[in-house]
Design a protein around this ligand. Sequence first.
Ligand SMILES: NC(=O)c1ccc[n+]([C@@H]2O[C@H](COP(=O)([O-])OP(=O)(O)OC[C@H]3O[C@@H](n4cnc5c(N)ncnc54)[C@H](O)[C@@H]3O)[C@@H](O)[C@H]2O)c1
Length: 451
Amino acid sequence: MKKTGLSRREFLQTSVGAAGALLAARTVILDPEPIGAYQNPVAPSDRVRFGIIGIGMQGSGLLGSAITLPGVECVAACDLYDGRHTLAREIVNNPNLPTTRRYQDLLANKEIDCIIAAVPDHWHKQIVVDTLSAGKDIYCEKPMSHTAAEGLDMAAAQQKTGRLVQIGSQRVSSVIYAKAKELVANGAIGDLCMIEGSLGRNDPTGAWEYPPPPDLSPQNLDWETWLGTAPKKPFDPYAFARWRCWKEYGTGVAGDLLVHLISGMLFAMGWNDPPKRAMASGGILRWKDGRNMPDVHAALFEYGNIPVFMRLNLGTETAEIVRIMGSKGFLEVTEFAATHSPQPGVDLAPSYYAYGFPRAMREQYFKQWHAEHDPKPGQEPLAEAVTYRGVSYDEVKPHLWKFFQAVRSRQPLTEDAVFGNHAALACHMANESYFRKSPVYLDPASKSIKS
Ligand SMILES: NC(=O)c1ccc[n+]([C@@H]2O[C@H](COP(=O)([O-])OP(=O)(O)OC[C@H]3O[C@@H](n4cnc5c(N)ncnc54)[C@H](O)[C@@H]3O)[C@@H](O)[C@H]2O)c1
């Protein structure tokens, strides 16, 4: 729009100075989560003994982090691939760490208080339900479930057994998201209007084209058990390493990546609900390697009356961001920072609509506007953008620490099976909408996804 020779943006830029708004920026460094408030030595009765199921890409990191926490000890490790028994022993630096291919051995072990599970998505439900039924607590990786129906069973198992569940979207325990939550709760963004998030990658590893372990074979891997409830198929090292690419085992970019954006958003907003509706689109546009899950996936959700637009793209590298927008400005959450950019939400200049007035009328309007609105010297509004920087929201130690503390204290956890289910449902709805090529909604009576 250039009717007057000035675009709206140019007009606002030239007028803001006259109206006297000042813009400033500030950075605040956030203290890390106070891990270690519980210091060694810890009384033997207070030590938490865990077993780990799945010591692959994520499980190896969780194990390495968990054993650095005070008063926490790994008792045994389980994996279907023997190479990962060796890896577990290397990580804990104990050649005698008991290892097994059968997770049921860990559940029967009375020395074990709780389980960490980092197995592919199609195994989450069975391991969670069996662990809870065995009277143990569980930290299970995200997304909580492989299907919407599984999520209901898992939440019911948590309620029935009264044991603790924490799902592994670690952002919920980060100081960055804690600050975002505090800002939102304090009204920093005003009336909520919209939320958007996006994440992009552009390399084979980012697109899950992982190299299978070179020695992998049916001799050192229990392939039949690995398949679990998935359709039978001959031994396939690529399915083992790249399971995220296929819906039979994984949940695509939605369950792998979107779930982090959604969990962070739910936590920051103080929400604990699934979306009402979702509409998604995308395709296999970049990685035509035989996968059946989309590598480009855009989803529009409705949370109450708020539109939430999320974009996942394995074809172009872009920074990961969640942006919460309201009448008083916006809040951007990125890996190392939450930035609050306030907006006054009022006119800082006379309306450019007045360029449609005849000259005398326009000049009179401008004069009157300035007389009524210009701040007095020294009273100019200060719009200060503040960036809160802290430890990466991908750091798992604070999340593990909260879990182990809850195992000791029996206090409820934020990211329990109900929260985990709500976050996972958004992912399942995005996937269902993509495959059905139609909007979907969550039927409140059956809690199932319908189109
Ligand atoms: N929170 C995060 O940031 C994050 C990051 C990566 C992965 N993850 C999640 O962690 C989970 C594991 O992902 P990954 O990349 O480590 O997978 P992976 O394939 O590297 O490792 C999974 C391991 O589980 C083992 N396994 C499978 N079924 C089993 C069973 N029934 N009993 C015992 N062991 C079994 C496999 O043999 C394998 O070694 C997934 O749910 C994934 O979404 C979370």
